[in-house]
Design a protein around this ligand. Sequence first.
Ligand code: ADP
Length: 455
Amino acid sequence: MLPIRIRLTFWYVAVFSITLILYSVFLFTFISHKIMNNMDLELIAEAKESRSIFLEEITKPSFEELDEELKGINYYLQIYSIDGKLIYSSANLYKTNLPVDTEAFNSIEHGSQVFRTIHLFKHKDSRMLLYPIISDGTPKYYISIAMPLHEQHEFLHMLGIILTLVTPIVIIVASWGGIVIAGRAMKPVDEITKTAKRIEAGNLAEQIKTKTHNDEIGNLARTFNDMLLRLKKAFDVLASFSQNVSHELKTPLTVMKSGIEITMREKRSAAEYRELLVSLLEEVDQMTRIIDDLLLTSLSDTASIKASFTPLSLSKLLMETIDFFEVLATDKTILLEHNIREDVSITGNERLLKRAFSNIIDNAIKFTPPGKKVSVSLVRDAGYTTIHIQDQGIGIPKEEMPKIFDRFYRGKSANTEGHGLGLSIVKWIVELHDGAISVASKPEGTNFQIRLALV
Ligand code: ADP
């Protein structure tokens, strides 16, 4: 297939050439008609003038005034009586007679003027008028007047040459212009192709450099650049995600490796081996938790999770979660208070919702110093329900707030427990239930609010 640029130019040149040729033909025909028309009008005017002089002089023995009038003229004139007798002839005709055919003669007899194109002397073509002179309602004489057409022919010949020479030149210039314009118009498309060919995962930051305006191709380039930006963002997220995962998994592996190496340096007692195995088990548990969490949020098939949603009592689910954390809170001498409305039901996934509330309550207990309070409440409004989890912990610094829901983000004051996936999982679960999560924090404590629709 030929490039668009060539096809566009071809069609443009084809249409332009046909139009130009038709225009030239029309112009030529129109001008030659106009010239012949003017010539005919001139012949009529001359004939009329000669007729007047002739009629004035007809009674005189000679046509002196007519001779005078016709001196140095560029045309030929004869006057015949209707029965074909030559009455007057201009001097430049010598003894030659202007021709008249039967058909023309019949028209004159009927009082109509007739035009003919004839050959006369050296002139190629001459225009001739046969003009009847009518007296008392009948044609008595007729004037034959002929004018050479060489000037007109010369002009038309020149016009023909100019048109035949200029037309191809104009077509060549237009084709060249067409190729240049189409090439310019297609340049951004070439740029897009080249950029697309150059782009690999590593250089997604590349953009198409075009000075295009607000036209279709400009829009295409901009859309392509926007797509590249989105891909770059997604790629960066993925790259940092893999980095974080590797880092998180490497830490427990390093701990395990050094524990094993130290223990293996010398012979150990059964109790020491057991101690090592216990610590290894802890690290393995930590790694399993990370992998479980990652697997959970990377479940891309949210449609099938949503299909598993069932009606459930949110009040009951929240109470069970609070009961579960009661021991942990008591251990840390934290008061776990609750104010749960009893009759709140929603549609959702029980296991995931429990996981979300557990993560927040766990954090609340984790970040609250002993002797303080964590309170959980469930309230119901028209159409929705809100869960508040309020602690009296260390609070979240303002600059950390936008990042706490990111995967693997851990605040500066976060202790060794945890791996920064908890809140990202909560957010994912809440959004899966078409809910919203918000957080407000002061140095005296933090308040998480989860809003879910009542169905
Ligand atoms: P993790 O708790 O494993 O560090 P999370 O995703 O659960 O990870 O939390 C991210 C960060 O948000 C924490 O490291 C901590 O800095 C901050 N954070 C979360 N909950 C609280 C809270 N209740 N009080 C203070 N900081 C909190």
